[in-house]
Unconditional design. Structure first.
Length: 289
């Protein structure tokens, strides 16, 4: 192990972005704790990269497993975690009315509370060492909601807000936060990577059914390359120039620009309504925060 190598912890390392990022970081010479709910699914990386890779069991919804995975990883590498990639997750498709309470909560448990569990397990060590970088996976669904992705978008919008606040909380400790916003298909999005609401209501055939059909019968091609995206993430790790948000793929860029332009247009159109909610005598005063 190189003395200059960063020490990474990657969640969801068995498939998709987690797998690609772990492999890229390892090939770049870093030490990587590759975690998954089934640790056996990442042991091939250990076989390929030897002591630079460490496979650990981690169901991110379990705070105790997050703490134990961090403890084991730091013991294996003999140093603290520098970079955390929160990539674990699964897609969920269903209208708000279709989704059961348990389905909604399971989505939030994995995509939001699971990320928080990992952050809480690694942040104290980063603070003590005065450096660190969190890469939290959001999605283009964290910039704009889509019919049929209400639970998933809710979790990703939560990641966006939490991460922005977190970045302001930890900047003084030398810690960076980057929200990743991919907009292309991986095994996470299509096929077995997606879970469907148990109930499919006829009333939503026109709005949600097209998404179900797209996932079950995906196009034969996609412009986004998870491997190339992983290259960019490894490039920006611990980089002081790393952005707060990083869109991944042309589709993500185009969807985000269009969504933000629509939002700005609507804000301006109803500006006078917004201003009318204030006390007139305080119109020119600046709120202290």
């Amino acid at each position: 192990m190189s003395l200059d190598a960063q020490t990474w912890l990657v969640t969801g390392g068995a498939t998709g972005f987690g797998r690609e990022i772990a492999a890229k970081a390892l090939s770049a010479g870093h030490n990587v704790a590759v975690t998954a709910r089934d640790a056996a699914r990442v042991q091939d990386l250990v076989g390929t990269y030897g002591a630079s890779a460490f496979g650990a069991r981690l169901d991110v919804t379990r705070a105790d497993q997050a703490a134990e995975a961090v403890k084991q990883s730091e013991a294996h590498f003999g140093k603290g975690i520098d970079v955390v990639v929160n990539a674990a997750g699964s897609n969920f498709v269903g209208a708000v009315e279709e989704a059961s309470d348990s389905e909604l909560r399971a989505t939030m448990d994995t995509h939001f509370f699971g990320v928080v569990n990992v952050i809480k397990a690694t942040l104290p060590g980063m603070r003590a060492r005065g450096k660190g970088h969190f890469f939290n996976f959001s999605s283009i669904g964290g910039v704009q909601g889509f019919a049929g992705s209400s639970a998933y978008s809710a979790a990703k919008f939560a990641i966006e807000g939490m991460s922005e606040s977190l970045a302001k909380e930890v900047a003084a400790f030398g810690i960076k936060v980057t929200v990743l916003e991919p907009g292309f298909q991986t095994s996470f999005f299509v096929g077995s990577g997606s879970r469907m609401a148990a109930i499919a209501m006829d009333e939503y055939a026109d709005t949600v059914k097209p998404l179900r059909e797209l996932i079950n019968n995906p196009p034969s091609w996609c412009p986004g390359d998870p491997s190339r995206a992983a290259d960019q993430i490894v490039r920006f790790a611990l980089n002081p120039q790393a952005p707060m948000r990083l869109l991944l793929g042309r589709r993500a860029y185009k969807v985000a620009i269009a969504a933000l332009e629509r939002r700005l247009t609507e804000i301006e159109a109803f500006k006078e309504v917004s201003f009318a909610a204030d006390f007139p005598e305080y119109a020119d005063r600046t709120w202290p925060r």
